[in-house]
Design a protein around this ligand. Structure first.
Ligand SMILES: Cc1cc2nc3c(=O)[nH]c(=O)nc-3n(C[C@H](O)[C@H](O)[C@H](O)COP(=O)(O)O)c2cc1C
Length: 361
């Protein structure tokens, strides 16, 4: 049997195989962030299709941290019932589910909420200038991560994943480009550490907490990989249960996170980050995300120990049953062509695979 189908635990939760559905914002929530029937349908197909765990798309922990409209919310107790429906439907298929906790910072839809950040600088991707948060506002946000995690646990979800990458608030704190503070929050790993502590204090020691970590910024002068690996080591020491290895602040020049995957050589583009993180965190469960398409390459990465899990995002949007197919012996690369059409228009119409649709004119 391939190592990809051997069970492996995160904290005390055993995953039946090594395939994780990585977070993708769905833009399918109700006006106040409620879970809706299309969300249940979207995730049931992936759970049924054999993934060991689904990391739900980012959910806002604070009313002012909403990155875009139709984003799922976890900032109020009345949202727990819908999240419970989601947990129940996913659990029917022996699949685990974590929600991704996020605050948009200054990577937020214009006109929706105020762009805020550690320092009053333009966002390297969007150009939006942040208002500098006060220390008491930062503590309020830190606390809101803990309260959101309590709701996740109450809803019956299996764990939470802190969003620590992609130019949202936590990665703005981690980056030398966007954190110019000279107070206690100028220690750039501090925000993530405090968010982790707030969640751990809220949910106790037996509830898995992971982080999707932006190990390196795309932007010139941004977070370097050695420093990102040090942040991973700090979080591992603090007690985090798993790290999903990803990128930090994207830039327009680097394609805003967009990367075409047309050959095996373009796959696994964050593998160098996992190689930098692994020696700093011992046996801590790592998952690698970013352009994974060939099951043989995934197997090599897990066998070599660079990661324990593989996280896939876009491939599950077009092929929710890809794990079942691989298990049945289809070892060709998954069918996602990374055309990125799932990303275009999803904010208005909700997330779905659009590769067979005419590109928007
Ligand atoms: C439409 C879309 C929405 C995304 N939303 C999120 C998100 O909410 N949280 C997150 O951490 N990453 C998000 N991502 C990034 C993916 O999780 C993943 O890191 C990236 O797509 C690379 O993996 P892939 O090549 O398997 O798609 C999103 C990606 C896409 C295409």
């Amino acid at each position: 049997m391939s190592i990809l189908f051997e069970p492996k635990a995160i904290g005390n939760l055993v995953f039946k195989n090594r395939f994780i559905k990585s977070s993708t914002a769905e833009s399918m929530a109700g006006p106040n962030g409620e879970v809706t029937p299309p969300l249940l349908e979207f995730y049931e197909a992936i759970a049924r299709g054999g993934a060991a765990c689904i990391f739900l798309g980012h959910a806002f922990v604070h009313p002012l941290g909403r990155a875009h409209s139709k984003m799922t919310g976890i900032h109020e107790d009345r949202l727990i019932a819908g999240l419970k429906d989601l947990a129940d439907i996913i659990h029917c298929h022996e699949c685990s589910v974590f929600v991704q906790l996020n605050h948009g910072g200054s990577r937020v839809q214009e006109g929706l909420v105020e762009a805020v950040g550690p320092s009053a600088v333009p966002h390297p991707l969007t150009g939006a200038r942040a208002r500098e948060l006060s220390s008491s506002e930062i503590w309020e946000i830190v606390d809101s991560f803990g309260r959101a995690a309590t709701r996740a646990r109450e809803a019956g979800l299996d764990g939470v994943l802190i969003h620590g990458g992609h130019g949202y608030l936590a990665s703005l704190f981690a980056s030398p480009l966007t954190n110019r503070r000279s107070d206690e929050w100028g220690d750039r790993s501090r925000f993530l550490e405090e968010v982790y502590r707030s969640i751990r204090a809220a949910v106790g020691s037996d509830f898995p907490i992971g982080v999707k970590l932006g190990v390196k910024d795309d932007a010139e002068g941004g977070l370097p990989v050695e420093e990102g690996a040090s942040v991973a080591a700090i979080l591992a020491k603090a007690g985090i249960d798993a790290i999903e290895v990803s990128g930090g602040i994207p830039t327009k020049e680097a394609g805003a996170g967009r990367r075409d995957i047309l050959s095996r050589g373009q796959e696994a583009y964050f593998l160098p980050y996992a190689k930098a993180v692994r020696p700093r965190v011992g046996q801590l469960p790592l998952s690698l995300v970013g352009g994974l398409r060939s099951p043989r390459l995934m197997e090599e990465i897990v066998t070599a120990g660079w990661a324990d899990f593989v996280s896939l995002a876009r491939p599950f949007i077009c092929e929710p049953d890809l794990v079942t197919k691989i298990q049945a012996g289809r070892w060709d690369p998954v069918s996602c062509t990374s055309c990125e059409r799932c990303r275009s228009g999803f904010a208005q119409e909700g997330l779905r695979c659009r590769r067979d649709e005419e590109p928007p004119t």
